[in-house]
Design a binder for this molecule. Structure first.
Ligand code: AMP
Length: 587
C-alpha cells in the first residue's frame, strides 16, 4: 500500500482535510459528519482545549479565552494570549492541524504522518516557514507547501492537460485574494496575485449587524451595541441572513427578546432584501475588482486572456460576485467544486501525486442540468416574450441545493399564477423540457406587483421540490418531481440532438448558399431559434455598451463564418455565447 499523505487547507476562518481514495479526492468529515473545522482555538470553562465549532461558539462571549484568524499572524514574532498564557502563532496553528490530523486518523484507522499544506500565494518565506513549523509541532512532516490558487486549479483540472490561463477569485471570511494561474500539462504556475488579507465575508456580516443595531435603536430606542450577549446573537443572525440572501431574494429576520426597554421585551422583526444588502457591500465588491485589474496588469494580461474563472471561499456564493465577474469577463465562473472545499481537495491531489498515486477526479455531486421557470421577459424596448426562461438552480451546482427567486403579478387583481418548471439552458423556456406545472390560486386582490417567491429544492437523490409562495400572506402551493436528474438524461440528450439537427440541418446549407446575407448577413429564416436570436441581438444592440456591441457583432460574424464553412460545432459555440450575452443584457 502506498504511503498516506493528507492534504490540508489551513484557512483564516475555516480549515479542511482531504485525501485521495480510489483515485478521487475527498474531504474527510469528523465523527459528526462535519467537513469544515472553524479555525478557532480556545480554552473552555474547565480549562479544556477547544478547537473548531466549540471554540467559535464561545468566541463572542469570551474573546479573551479564544483565538481566531491566527493565520494573519503567521511569520510574525508575536505571542497571543489565551486564558493568561502566551503562545506563538505556530503553536495555535498546530492545535488546528493536530485536530485535522486526528480527524484523518479516525477515518483511516491508522496513523498519519505526512501532509501537504496550502498557503496564500502572497505568503512570504517567513510565513511559509512558520506554516511548516506548525505542521511539525502537530507531529506532521510537511512534505510540501503549495499555493492555494494552485490547489484550487488542481481540484478543478485534475484530469486536464490543456494550456489554460485561470483566474482564481478567493473570497473567504476574512481574506480576499485573486491569482492568475497558468496551467500547462502538469505544471501549474502563479503568474500574479493580489488582494487584501483584511477583507471578506466578516465585513459583509458587519454591515448587516450595523443595519440591525441601527434598526433596533430607531424603532425601539434601545442601544444594544455595548451588550455583549446581544451583539453575539446579532452577529449570528446577520450571518444567517447573509447566507439566506445567497439563495433567496429576501431574508426574514424574526427574533424574540433581543433586549429590554422599560421592563418590556424588545423583539426584532424585519425583512432584508438582496438588493439592499448588495448596496451595503458594494464598496467591498468594487475593491475586489480593483485587485483583479491590478493582478491582470502585473501579469501583463487583460480580461480576454483568461480562459476560466474559479471561485474559492465561502463568500463567493454571494450572487453579485458571479454576476459582476460575468459582466467583466463574459465567462461564467466555474462552480462545480464546493468553494469551501476545493483548496483542500487540490492539496490532497498534490499529496497523492507526491505519493505516486494517480488521480482521476474530484468527488463532487452536482446537478448536470439547469432548472428554472418561465416569466414574461423583454425582447426589446417595446416587445415582450411570454416564455422567457429564468434559471433558478444552475447546472454544476453542488447538491443538495435550495434557491428561490422573486416574481411579480402582471395585472391588477390577479388571482392566480401558473408555475411551470423546466429543465434546460435555452433562453426560450419552450425549447427546454417541461418537467412540472401547477397553479397557485386565491391570491390577494391587490394591484400588479404582488410578490410570488418560487423556490426549488433539489436533493442528492434528484428529487426536486418546487413551491410558489405569496410573500405577503405565506399562501403556498408546492409539488415534488421525482428523479429529475437520472430520468431525463436520455430524453434530454434526444431533445438536444433533434434541436441541434433542426438548427443546423437545412439552415446551414442555406446560410452557406448566400441567403444568409439577407438576414443581417447571418442566418436563414427557417429556424425559429436562429431567427429569434438575431431579432434579440438587433434589439439589444441599441442598448448595449460599446464593448458589448463589438462582442455581439463579432459573434454574428462568427455565426456567419461558421455557417458558411458548414461547421456546426463552431456555429453552436458562437450561438451559445451570443445567447449568454443577450441573456445578461436583458437581465
Ligand atoms: P471561508 O473562509 O472560505 O471558509 O469562507 C467563510 C465565509 O464564507 C464566511 O464569511 C461565511 O459567512 C461565508 N459564507 C458561507 N456560506 C455563504 C453563503 N451561502 N453566502 C454568502 N456567504 C457565505
Amino acid at each position: 500500500m502506498s504511503e498516506i499523505i493528507i492534504g490540508i487547507d489551513l484557512g483564516t476562518t475555516n480549515s479542511e482535510v482531504a485525501i485521495v481514495e480510489n483515485g478521487r479526492s475527498t474531504i474527510i468529515a469528523d465523527s459528526e459528519g462535519r467537513k469544515i473545522l472553524p479555525s478557532f482555538v480556545g480554552i473552555g470553562e474547565n480549562g479544556e482545549i477547544l478547537v473548531g465549532e466549540a471554540a467559535r461558539n464561545q468566541y463572542m462571549l469570551y474573546p479573551e479565552r479564544t483565538v481566531k484568524s491566527i493565520k494573519r499572524s503567521m511569520g510574525e514574532d508575536v505571542r497571543v494570549d489565551l486564558a493568561g498564557h502566551l503562545y506563538s502563532p505556530q503553536e495555535i496553528s498546530a492545535v488546528i492541524l493536530k485536530r485535522l490530523k486526528s480527524i484523518a486518523e479516525e477515518y483511516l484507522g491508522q496513523p498519519v504522518q505526512k501532509a501537504v499544506i496550502t498557503v496564500p500565494a502572497y505568503f512570504s518565506d517567513a510565513q511559509r516557514q512558520a506554516t511548516r513549523e506548525a505542521g511539525e509541532i502537530a507531529g506532521l512532516e510537511v512534505v510540501r507547501i503549495i499555493n492555494e490558487p494552485t490547489a484550487a486549479a488542481l481540484a478543478y483540472e485534475a484530469r486536464q492537460g490543456a494550456h489554460k490561463r485561470i483566474m482564481v477569485y478567493d473570497l473567504g471570511g476574512g481574506t480576499f485574494d485573486v491569482s492568475i494561474v497558468s496551467m500547462e500539462d502538469d505544471v501549474v504556475e502563479v503568474l500574479a496575485s493580489h488582494g487584501n488579507n483584511r477583507l471578506g465575508g466578516d465585513d459583509f456580516d458587519a454591515r448587516i449587524v450595523q443595519h440591525l443595531v441601527d434598526y433596533i435603536r430607531e424603532t425601539h430606542g434601545v442601544d444594544v451595541s455595548e451588550q455583549r450577549q446581544t451583539m453575539a446573537r446579532i452577529n449570528r443572525i446577520a450571518e444567517a441572513a447573509k447566507r439566506a440572501l445567497s439563495d433567496q431574494p429576501y431574508a426574514s429576520i424574526q427574533e424574540e427578546y433581543m433586549a429590554e426597554k422599560d421592563g418590556a421585551p424588545v423583539h426584532l422583526s424585519l425583512e432584508l432584501s438582496r438588493e439592499d444588502y448588495q448596496d451595503m457591500i458594494a464598496e467591498y465588491v468594487d475593491e475586489t475588482f480593483d485587485a483583479i485589474h491590478k493582478a491582470l496588469s502585473s501579469a501583463n494580461l487583460t480580461t480576454s486572456d483568461i480562459d476560466e474563472i474559479l471561485l474559492v471561499g465561502g463568500s463567493t456564493r454571494t450572487p453579485v460576485i458571479s454576476e459582476r465577474l460575468f459582466e467583466e469577463f463574459r465567462l461564467e465562473p466555474q462552480r462545480n467544486v464546493d468553494p469551501d472545499l476545493c483548496v483542500a481537495l487540490g492539496a490532497a491531489i498534490q499529496a497523492a501525486s507526491i505519493g505516486g498515486n494517480r488521480v482521476s477526479s474530484v468527488l463532487v455531486d452536482i446537478t448536470p442540468y439547469t432548472f428554472g421557470t418561465s416569466a414574461i421577459g423583454p425582447l426589446g424596448d417595446n416587445e415582450f416574450y411570454p416564455h422567457a426562461y429564468v434559471p433558478i438552480i444552475r447546472k454544476n451546482t453542488p447538491l443538495p441545493v435550495r434557491k428561490s427567486e422573486a416574481f411579480y403579478t402582471m395585472v391588477d387583481g390577479q388571482k392566480d399564477v401558473r408555475c411551470t418548471i423546466y429543465q434546460g439552458e435555452d433562453f426560450d423556456a419552450l425549447n427546454n423540457i417541461k418537467i412540472g406545472e401547477f397553479m397557485i390560486t386565491g391570491l390577494r386582490d391587490v394591484p400588479a406587483g404582488n410578490v410570488i417567491t418560487v423556490s426549488l429544492d433539489l436533493d442528492i437523490n434528484g428529487i426536486l421540490h418546487v413551491s410558489a409562495t405569496e410573500k405577503e400572506t405565506g399562501l403556498e402551493k408546492s409539488i415534488t418531481i421525482n428523479n429529475v436528474i437520472g430520468h431525463f438524461q436520455e430524453e434530454a440528450l434526444e431533445q438536444a440532438r433533434s434541436r441541434v439537427s433542426a438548427l443546423f440541418g437545412a439552415s446551414v446549407e442555406q446560410l452557406a448558399s448566400g441567403e444568409a446575407a439577407q438576414a443581417n448577413g447571418v442566418a436563414g429564416e427557417d429556424t425559429e431559434k436562429t431567427k429569434t436570436l438575431i431579432l434579440r441581438a438587433r434589439l439589444l444592440m441599441e442598448k448595449a455598451s460599446e464593448e458589448d456591441k463589438e462582442d455581439i457583432i463579432d459573434l454574428l460574424e462568427q455565426i456567419n463564418d461558421a455557417a458558411s464553412k458548414n461547421d456546426p460545432v463552431a456555429l453552436g459555440t458562437a450561438m451559445n455565447t451570443l445567447t449568454d450575452i443577450l441573456f445578461y443584457l436583458e437581465n
